[in-house]
Each structure stands twice: as C-alpha cells, then as structure tokens.
Design a protein around this ligand. Structure first.
Ligand code: ATP
Ligand code: MG
Length: 340
C-alpha cells in the first residue's frame, strides 16, 4: 500500500481514537497534528470510537464512558476546530454497527486472525484463547467507520496500516458485488513519527499499556517522564561516543523539536562524545514543556464546560448520522434488501 499520499485535492478524511484514555504524545505526532493542518482544506470527520473501546473493556465500561469527553477536550486543545472538522460519537451512528454486520460476511476468521496489529494486541492483553468476538472483529467495524463516510484519506499511526488493508479488501469485494465503484478505497496518511515509542523504548506509546505522556500531563509528570527516558546504556561517561538508534531522547527530539538542523548537530555531537544525557534531556524537557503548556491550559478550560463538549459531539453525530445512513442504504441495495 502506498503510504505517501499527496493531499493537493479535496479529500474525504475519516479518522478517530478509541475512548480508552486521555490522548498522548503518540496521538499528537502520529495523527492529531495532521488533522489540524488538513481541516481547512478537506472534508474531515473525527470519530470518538467508544464502541471499539468496549471490545476489550466491556466488563469495566466506565473506562470508556468516562473518557469520551476527555478525548473531545484533547481535540479542541490541540486546535481541532468543530466548525471545520465534524466530531462525532461512534455509538450514536447505528449505521456503522449495521455495516459491520454486512461486512462480516465478507471476511474469514482466518483473515482476522492474521491481522498483525490485532495479533500483537491479543498477546499484550493476555487474551490467549478467550478473545472477545468483538475484539477479533474490530477491524471490520473500523472498515465500517471508514467506508461509512466513504473516506479517501485516513491520517493514522502505522499500527493502523493492517486495518486499512482490511478496509480496502472489503471495499473491493463490495464494489465487485455491485459491479461498480460504490465505495472508495482509502489511503493512509502517516506522519514523520508513525509509531512513537514509550519512554522506556520498549513498546509503542499506548493508552492501554499505561506508558503514556498525556497531552494534559503536569509539569512534574513531564519532568519525571523525561528523566526516566531510555538513552544509550553504554554512554556512561560524557566523553564516550553515544548511540542515536533506539535512544528515546533523540527519537522524541526528532518528533517534537522544531529546529531539525539543531537536532542534527546535537546528534553529531552525541555520537562524537562530549554531550551528556543530562543536557539532551534538558533540551527535550524544555521543548515538551513549552509545547504542552498551552495544550494543558486549554484542555482544562474545555473540560470545565462539559455541556459545550456534549453539544459539539451531538451536533457532529447528527450530521454524521445522515452521511452514514446514506452509505448503509447503498450497501443494503447491493444485497437487494431495500424492498420497502
Ligand atoms: P489503545 O491502547 O486503547 O489502543 P492507543 O494509545 O493505541 O489506545 P488509539 O485510540 O488506538 O490509541 O489510536 C488512535 C490513533 O492514534 C491511531 O491512528 C493510532 O495509529 C495513533 N497512535 C496511537 N498511538 C500512537 C503512537 N504511539 N505513535 C503514533 N501514532 C499513534
Ligand atoms: Mg490502539
């Protein structure tokens, strides 16, 4: 799949986030920044995926329900503008659940079991053989989300590439059944940091792994997270040459520092020797503190007015219901079910 996509024409953009926790730096650099940049020129919808959040949290659903408005506040705090981007709630769009049912007949269990992202999530969550059916099939529900808006472009992290492959397989089957192009194939839009690692460098930063630096993190939390960051364990004395690969401080500087040539100079200095981890961490900390301070402040203001957040979600869900109902009608037509 071509992951480099030019966005010089008007695209239909659909993307979203599971309501399983507040959003973090991985979301910011992996997808949110692109959404902010794209919203003025394209038709963009962002979906708060509460139903998908339940696929591994149904026995403690408050984890999902209590995070819906947090996620909306995060969107607004980073600059998503509800007058330019539609923000909607997945569970308010029944057409998506119906589409999931129709598409389920086009996907085999073995295909679902081969999805590499789902496979590693099953392992991380320790499901073994007790995998909720909803969890195994969430790529189908995600295909329903994307095609429900007939999206052409999906700004995501690289863990989502298998979901987009799955979506396009379904699109091709539907179009073949219809004998014409009813649904668009979608393209992923990856950022320069498509998989931000956690501070220990071991995993992808993820809400469900509890290894995040949240967009609403306090100054103290940011300081502690940077202090604990994994660097080069063999870079013991300042004068020792250091390694950049796998050094989380440099991964984050690449992702978040605005001055690329300065970061390049730091890297060369570090590799030569003579640059201590204390200094690189201080530079990164300053950069993160500066970036997150206004986001944290705005987020707190938005969370103080929950009624406004609910109004935004309600309005966006209403607009989205009309769009997704229309796609559902077209899909039911293909199966010959619009008989009255
Ligand atoms: P969960 O652990 O509940 O799955 P998550 O932290 O993985 O949560 P999602 O809601 O699954 O977040 O992901 C929303 C979007 O953010 C997706 O496009 C995903 O690819 C992107 N994303 C999530 N984590 C990262 C990351 N560490 N780096 C880059 N992109 C990310
Ligand atoms: Mg995820």
């Amino acid at each position: 799949m071509n992951t480099q996509h030019k966005t010089d024409k008007s695209e239909v953009i659909l993307t979203g986030d599971r309501a399983t926790g507040p959003l973090h730096l991985g979301h910011y650099v992996g997808s949110l920044k692109q959404r902010v940049a794209l919203q003025a020129h394209h038709e963009q919808t962002i979906l708060v995926a509460d139903m998908q959040g339940l696929t591994d949290n149904a026995l403690h659903p408050q984890k999902v329900s209590s995070n819906i408005l947090n996620v909306v506040a995060d969107y607004l705090a980073v600059g998503i503008d509800p007058s330019a981007t539609t923000i909607c709630l997945q569970s308010q769009l029944p057409a998506l659940a119906e589409l999931t049912m129709y598409y389920s007949n086009l996907v085999t269990i073995s295909r679902l079991e081969r999805n590499p992202t789902v496979k590693s999530e099953i392992q991380n969550k320790g499901f073994e053989r007790s995998i909720p059916a909803g969890f195994l099939t969430y790529p189908i529900s995600q295909a329903a989300d994307i095609t429900g808006f007939n999206a052409t472009l999906v700004p995501v992290g690289d863990d989502q590439l298998p979901m987009l492959e799955q979506t396009n397989e379904i699109v091709r089957k539907i179009n073949a059944l219809a004998g014409r192009n009813v649904l668009n194939e979608c393209q992923p839009l990856l950022s320069k940091a498509p998989r931000l690692p956690s501070t220990d460098g071991k995993n992808k930063m993820s809400k469900s792994m509890g290894n995040t630096i949240n967009l609403g993190a306090s100054e103290k939390e940011i300081t502690a997270a940077v202090k604990s960051m994994y660097t080069d364990p063999h870079h013991v004395r300042i004068e020792d040459p250091g390694k950049i690969e796998g050094n989380v401080v440099f991964t984050y500087l690449d992702a978040f520092h605005s001055d690329e040539s300065y970061v390049q100079q730091l890297k060369q200095h570090y590799q030569r020797g003579g640059l201590g981890d204390g200094v690189t961490k201080r530079i990164l900390e300053e950069c993160l503190q500066e970036m997150l301070r206004p986001i944290r402040q705005k987020r707190a203001v938005y969370l103080n007015d929950k009624a406004q957040l609910i109004d935004i979600l309600k309005a966006g869900s209403q607009v989205s219901r009309e769009k997704t109902d229309k796609v559902l009608f077209d899909i039911k037509d293909i199966f010959g079910l619009n008989i009255f």
